[in-house]
Design a protein around this ligand. Sequence first.
Ligand code: R5P
Length: 293
Amino acid sequence: MADLEGLKVAKNYHIDEPFANQNGFYVKGANSLDWGMKKHLSNIFNPKSGNTVMFAFDHGYFMGSTAGLERLDLLLPKLAPYVDVFMGTRGAIRTCVAPEISKGIALRVSSGSSMLQDDLSHEVVAVDIEESIRMNADAMAVQTFIGADGQLSSIENLSKVINAGFRYSIPTLGVVAVGKQMERTDRFFKLATRIVAEMGVQMVKTYDCENFEEIVAACPVPIVVAGGKKLPEREAMFLAYDVMRKGAKGVDMGRNIFQSTHPVEMAMTINKIVHEGFTDEQAWEFFQDMINQ
Ligand code: R5P
């Protein structure tokens, strides 16, 4: 452990310079991975745009039945044409995602808390690697609680999943957790995203914050941004546009899609921002056209 006395503040992010070790494969930080990992990553990040729209519907793993997700069997097929990846629990995916839908699968593999508890930071690896292989998962998602009570066990969970993922060439998605007691500053997200990346994940899910470009620059794997709490549609579009222009490689959006009064049109619009570079204004116009048809 380095001596922490007199630490200098990190500031040389060179945010205008592209990631330097990028020859060969289009996904950031994936050059040295083998074919199987790259194949899974290609199922997640569209080879043409390099970006991804993940639809997060894993809320049930700690929230139970969630507003907007009551009938996954009805919702998921409608959203499928507009998202690249379904991110959910094995229970939801097995029962409600038809196997013939050719979408990437991000399988939530950590679990162990519920919204009835104050401290959600204690989890276990609930889905083993054989199950991820059986489900043909393109990524295994692990919640990581940096700075919380459960940090050590969540790092242990993350390490186990990453190690198993390397054995069978399945990427790991490290999910940076935020909680009631946890700060949401750029200082926190810089620390958390970088720790998670250095553990060996192939992509990180985190939140928007100040100086987001620096978080992206300092993270050697792609960042996808969580939507977070439900916002008015136009604000959610701005969030997606803003993080994309600052270097995110996609969104992993839940409530801002499934709690919209127009979830399908919202998914279509987010797709335009992520894959076609729509600005928030273009997106809003597109959305209005779609819902008024
Ligand atoms: C993180 O804890 C889980 O993956 C959530 O289910 C996901 O972040 C929720 O997405 P959103 O915040 O966009 O509803």
